[in-house]
Design a protein around this ligand. Sequence first.
Ligand SMILES: [Zn+2]
Length: 326
Amino acid sequence: MVTDNTCPICRSIDGSPSTVSSTGLGADRVRVDCDVCGRFLVSRSALVGELSYTDSKLDLTRRALLSHRLRLKTEGYAPRDELAVVTTETLKEVITSHDTLPSPASQSAKALRFVGDQVRESYTPIRRLPPHFHSLIGSPNRRFSYRLVRELRAQNLLDAVDADSQDDPLAVMNIEPTMDGWQVYESGQNGELKQGYGFVALKFGDEVLDSFLTQHVKPGLNEQGLRIIDLRDVSRAGVIDNIMREQIRDADFVLADLSHDNPGAYWEAGYAEGLGKPVVYICEKSKFDQYKTHFDTNHCTTVMWESDKPDEFLRELVATIKRSFG
Ligand SMILES: [Zn+2]
């Protein structure tokens, strides 16, 4: 149970203070408001199981990964939206998944983007970094994120002064990009950062496509050193929000499934094309043979898939992706 005021997810990371208020929502869910992870619900069985204080199977990196995912969800939600729910299943998935935190280079790119975005809102330097800063950029803990910020300052991309804080010896204050920093920020805005992953755009909740993707496509691409970000990990169906835009901007390529003529998938592919990203279209074979896809993408390279022939599909897909990088 949540008996003290620490967050059941990030509580042990670097001793980060978290202001948590939890209120019982019926018998099986607890609401958590964490300065670091954001707002979410936790099932009671997860609290006494995977998240329990004495017997936790979540190591610090897994906790940081979950905190990062929850923070991205909180940022993506409108205030009245349904909150993310952390259940025993969620935690089992996090414990066994191959998903990792963003690379340090990617974290520092996100840090620079965060500072640039904030400063552009008021055109004054950021006084202090907020408590959720490390979780938002995907750092394992606060200390590491402060070191990245100091590194950005050493590279003359950020301007900041030491905060002389006893609690956080590495903390800085009055942070803003330098002119060099603004130039890197601008190129980041245009999606020129190499992050080492592809973004997948598709219809939500299609059973055949879902299992084809998780059982064959993701692991198959992983083996080839190609990682794909599934927007369902960080966002919601049918919502084109800033988080999704950022994911697409940072992706090295986009994989768009057109089997269901899904408007979201077309929008995301178009957004990526506009940014000059390689977009690889895929479509279920019988659908393509019968109805084709939307006329504007008919001339684009489309790789066909059949749920019972994953190996053939993967071979062609990997070759097409590698070709699209030139
Ligand atoms: Zn937390």
